[in-house]
Design a protein around this ligand. Structure first.
Ligand code: GP9
Ligand code: MN
Length: 437
């Protein structure tokens, strides 16, 4: 009930971290462009696939170049935090700094009815941003059409805005290259500054090969899911490269901040022992520590013209994206209910919760009762009392963060608190048909 919001407010007060003054506002008033890299794991970054003839081929050369660019703040220890809501949970995390639910998809269960204080609503209220989501699939998938209205998202370009033919689509929607190509006409028309996200689909399980677009050899493990993953990831890389070119042509590149992120794993844990040899790992000694490390996904903040980019090593996850972004855009977040913390803050909380309550911190990686040393990957066989105490404290922090997120969503707690200056929105005012016609 209404009193539950107090527990949330106390948590927020205790966990809020001040922005790093060197980063606060460095992307003020720029357009925001999130590029959702479907099922893209961090191990693909800089990965070279060895071919049968002994050649080494870079799978994602363009994304790698962005990773190493001196206009990019990249992260090497950033994890996805999704549950069964997969893509939609990653959206919940990025748009709201809230987790998906422990069962099922939050978009499906509460997307239509709840009060949100999303990135779109915060940026719309504070900085007059226009928001838009682009996704070449039916708008009702994951209940996006309804959820986006609840989140105050101004525009949603779904399948009806694309040439959604059999030839141009795969199971989950538009082929990425065509999707980006056809998106630019809408993007160009949006009032600036805009907040936008492009959700790709071609690199989606089971990684079907689209003969016309095969431009890379498959791996040869014998598991076609793993083998073709490299082929579709390469296609996605080319699509992203083309999109950067469109942005430059449209004159939108220089005044934008482009954030690339992976939504969740592409290869499931049950396949990791088959994947292991490709990562120079021994399947015999594969452990739940290795599974945890494979939940790393890319997170790269590309800010043209800044020149101080680097590969940041602090630990973080998708819940941290929104507070990080808002601070870069020069928006104070002290009054907002965001469960993550700014990755650049001196006091950023580096404990990364997985949706199932397991977690990674710079010191410990915990899977049930197994505790691993995060740096060495070694199982800590007989943990000393003080290790156990430290781990219990972390476990409690993680469980608090997750359960507050659950109560915010399941009890619709945000209806009881509105940050100062926040303009509340009514889903009934949004209509995603005939936009910019
Ligand atoms: C479908 C797409 C896929 O529209 O976003 O979602 P996923 O299966 O990855 O959750
Ligand atoms: Mn997905």
């Amino acid at each position: 009930d209404e009193s539950d919001i107090e527990g949330v407010m106390n948590y927020i007060d205790e966990h809020f971290t001040e922005a790093n003054p060197e980063m606060f506002g460095i992307a003020e008033d720029r357009n925001v462009i999130y590029l959702h890299l479907e099922s893209f794991q961090q191990f693909l970054i800089d990965y070279q696939l060895e071919t049968e003839t002994g050649e080494s081929l870079e799978v994602t050369p363009f994304i790698n170049s962005i990773y190493h660019d001196n206009d990019t703040q990249s992260f090497s220890n950033f994890f996805h935090q999704v549950g069964q809501g997969k893509t939609s949970d990653s959206e919940m995390l990025l748009e709201n700094s809230l987790f998906g639910l422990s069962q099922g998809g939050a978009f499906t269960q509460v997307g239509e009815s709840n009060t949100f204080q999303s990135a779109s609503q915060i940026l719309g209220s504070e900085k007059n941003y226009t928001s838009a989501m682009f996704h070449g699939n039916v708008g009702s998938f994951w209940n996006r059409d309804n959820t986006y209205k609840s989140m105050g998202i101004d525009y949603f370009f779904d399948d009806e805005y694309y040439s959604f033919t059999e030839e141009n689509t795969l199971e989950y929607g538009m082929k990425d290259k065509i999707f980006f190509k056809e998106s630019v006409q809408y993007l160009e028309q949006l009032p600036q500054p805009f907040y936008s996200k492009f959700i790709t689909v071609s690199n989606h399980f089971p990684y079907p090969l689209d003969e016309a677009n095969v431009d890379f050899p498959a791996a040869t493990t014998g598991d076609s899911t793993i083998d073709n993953y490299f082929v579709t990831a390469h296609y996605l890389d080319q699509a992203i490269e083309e999109f950067f070119a469109y942005l430059k042509d449209a004159g939108l590149y220089d005044n934008s901040i482009i954030v690339l992120y992976g939504d969740h794993y592409g290869i499931s844990n049950s396949r990791n022992e088959t994947l292991a040899p490709l990562l120079d790992k021994d399947p015999e000694t594969w452990s739940s520590y290795d599974n945890a490390m494979l939940q790393k996904v890319p997170y790269m903040i590309h800010i043209p013209g800044t020149g101080n980019g680097k590969i940041n090593t602090q630990y973080g996850g998708q819940v941290d994206s929104l507070p990080t972004l808002l601070h870069l855009l020069g928006v104070e977040t002290k009054d907002n209910i965001l469960l993550g913390t700014d990755l650049f803050s001196e006091n950023h909380d580096q404990t990364v919760a997985f949706r199932d309550g397991n977690f990674v911190s710079p010191k410990y990686t915990v899977d049930g009762s197994s505790i691993y040393d995060t740096e060495t990957g070694e199982l800590i066989e007989d943990p000393a009392e003080e290790v156990l105490a430290e781990v219990e404290q972390l476990r409690e922090d993680v469980s608090t963060q997750l359960s507050l997120s659950d109560s915010i969503l399941t009890s619709d707690l945000l209806r009881f608190y509105t940050p100062e200056g926040m303009i509340t929105t009514d889903p009934a005012d949004y209509d995603y048909r005939d936009q910019l016609a």
